[in-house]
Design a protein around this ligand. Structure first.
Ligand SMILES: [Zn+2]
Ligand SMILES: [Zn+2]
Length: 132
């Protein structure tokens, strides 16, 4: 855990993401974490920005939704495997992602973010599809 303290609202949002079985949009999060002091979307967005800076939460760009980080990265860049059917997300880390990004960007380009999202169908959904 890093320096800046989490507020009660941050903790509620983290809890909602931790309990979710799929990525949640900011509005999904508000539905699940709403409380007397947490009731406006802007509060959720502000908290999510902080939690992302802390590396506790990731945004899945293609889904415009958020997941709780599954572990610490030790400086690596996380990638995500996303099932199109059940929307489950598995986080992975591979140091090659940073090298690929750097070689793709080329000299003089300042990389701000690298987002690797792999889409397909998970084993459970594939098996369910074969059975029906
Ligand atoms: Zn992570
Ligand atoms: Zn699936």
């Amino acid at each position: 855990m890093k320096e800046s303290a989490l507020s009660a609202n941050d903790e509620r949002i983290l809890g909602a993401l931790g309990a979710a079985e799929r990525p949640l949009s900011a509005y999904d999060i508000l539905d699940r974490a709403r409380s007397g002091t947490l009731k406006a979307p802007v509060q959720v967005y502000r908290s999510l920005a902080k939690l992302q800076r802390e590396g506790l939460v990731h945004r899945i760009e293609a889904l415009n939704a958020f997941v709780r980080c599954c572990r610490s990265h030790h400086g690596g860049r996380p990638g995500f495997v996303v099932c199109r059917d059940c929307k489950s997300v598995r986080e992975f880390e591979d140091e090659r992602l940073a090298a690929i990004a750097e070689s793709a960007a080329g000299e003089g380009f300042a990389i701000e973010a690298v987002s690797v999202e792999v889409f397909g169908r998970c084993a459970a959904c594939r098996h369910a599809g074969l059975a029906s």
